[in-house]
Each structure stands twice: as C-alpha cells, then as structure tokens.
Write a protein that binds this ligand. Structure first.
Ligand code: FPP
Length: 256
C-alpha cells in the first residue's frame, strides 16, 4: 500500500482495495459534495434533526482528511443554501451554531495540514458572529497549499449568477461583445478555481438543488443512497474509482 495510507486503512480492507485501483495521475482536481440526508438519518433513530447535522459534521471531518490525503486540490461542501432559511428557526439557529463551532475548532487542523478555507455564498446574509469566525479562518489559512476547502454558505447558484452580472456591470467597462464565458466566470464566487470534475450527492436524490449551476456544466455526478452522517472514507474512494472509469467527452466524441 502507498505509505501515506499505512495506519489509516487496514491492509486487505475494502478501502485498501479501492486505493490500489486509483490512478493517482488522473485524480479529479475539484470534488463538490451535496451533503444530504441528515434529517432522515436522525428520524430513523428517533432523534431530533439537529443530531443528524451533528453526526454530519463528523462525516465532514472524515471527507476533508481523505480528500487531503488523496491530494485533491479543491473540495466544495454545500453546507447551507439560500433555501435553507425556510426551515424551522430552531434548526436554522443550531445549524449556524454548529458552523460557528466548526470554524472555531478548525484553526489548528487547517494550519497544521496546509489547508485553505474559502467561503462562497452571499456573505451579507451570514449571521455576524459566524461570519466573523469564518473570515478570521480565511485570513489565517490564506496561504494553505495542499487543498482548498470551499464552504458554500447562504449559497444559491442562480443568486451567484445574478450577483456576477451586477458586479460585472458596476465594475467593468466592457462592451457586450467583449464579454465571453471566461470573462463572466471571473465575477462568480470561484474566479481562478477549476470547475468541479466530480459531484457527490448523498441520500439518493437526483437533483442539482441550485448548486454551482454555472460551474457544473460538464461535471460527472456520483449519487449514493447512503445518508450523509453514514458517509465514510470507503464511499469517497468508491466515488473516485467510479469517476476514473468514465470517459469525459465535454460534448466531443471521445477517443473510441
Ligand atoms: C442536508 O440534510 C444537510 C444540511 C442542510 C446541512 C449540512 C450541514 C452539515 C453536514 C453540518 C455541519 C457542516 C460543517 C461544514 C461542519 P437535510 O437536513 O436536508 O436532510 P433530509 O433531506 O434528510 O431532511
């Protein structure tokens, strides 16, 4: 087994077998995840929904570690959508509280492992205290080289496109025919960041849910029935192996 996985996965395990199948020269550069199913996980156990989110935070930790060990360059996590404000107030408050706790407790892990955190979404709508913590973490981790974690908070794909139009119109003195796809993309939340190669969605829903609409034009989707709090290393590795079996044609006719 590759040395960086020794002591992390058991020899002869399913994880070890999957790692052996991975071609490390063809890893996705950017993986995005819709972390779905926390509420159902809690309901199955007769627990309050928030316990599902709490358990989901543990999966976040495992996925971050696994992606960084694989040397994925960008990992985007959909943690709070603009539509999530429709949920009961208590669930919303506890979710933001969890995110604040996450931001407070991650400083050492991010710096020690050379990770960078970047928030994407409408920052103005993020509760003040949480925003302050996250922005502090963004500043402290700004030089992280190993992997960038993009945390999508108060994020909506259509809203992102609209804010890009507004910014472009107010900042750039461009004539209409000077605007092309590359120019436009510089005004999104992700300038300079490659589009996701792979989208993972848990809990079996076959929807895009207003996530990275522009950036996912050619992204490969991997959907699993596993609920987010049950999502482990093994599932992430399965997604990578499956992704590497696909032929990406980007609208062309491919190599066969
Ligand atoms: C979807 O499950 C999940 C969310 C809306 C929130 C995601 C948040 C976390 C995983 C917790 C903390 C995150 C970090 C980064 C520490 P759902 O509630 O829609 O589940 P359901 O569809 O089963 O109701």
């Amino acid at each position: 087994m590759r040395p960086e996985w020794e002591g992390i996965v058991e020899l002869g395990s399913r994880e070890a077998d999957l790692i052996d199948q991975i071609d490390f020269n063809r890893l996705p550069q950017h993986v995005a995840i819709i972390m779905d199913g926390n509420g159902r996980w809690a309901r199955q156990r007769n627990l309050p929904r928030i316990e599902g989110h709490r358990a989901g935070a543990k999966s976040v930790q495992e996925v971050v570690e696994t992606a960084a060990r694989l040397r994925i360059s960008y990992l985007t996590l959909f943690a709070f959508s603009k539509e999530n404000w429709k949920r009961p107030k208590q669930e919303i408050n506890t979710l933001w509280h969890l995110l604040e706790e996450y931001a407070r407790s991650r400083e050492n892990v991010l710096l020690k492992n050379d990770l960078r955190l970047k928030v994407i979404g409408e920052r103005e709508g993020i509760p003040q205290r949480v925003r302050r913590e996250l922005e502090k973490l963004e500043r402290l981790s700004a030089d992280g080289q190993r992997m960038t974690i993009l945390l999508a908070l108060n994020y909506g794909g259509r809203a992102e496109i609209v804010q890009a139009c507004r910014k472009l119109l107010s900042q750039a003195e461009l004539k209409p025919d000077e605007i092309d796809e590359n120019t436009f993309a510089q005004y999104l939340y992700t300038p300079g960041i490659p589009d996701p190669d792979l989208l993972i969605r848990t809990s079996g829903e076959l929807r895009i849910s207003n996530f990275l609409l522009w950036q996912m034009a050619y992204t490969e989707f991997w959907i699993t029935p596993v609920l987010w709090p049950d999502f482990r290393k093994v599932h992430f590795l399965e997604a990578i192996v499956d992704y590497q079996r696909r032929e990406r044609r980007f609208g062309g006719i491919g190599s066969n």
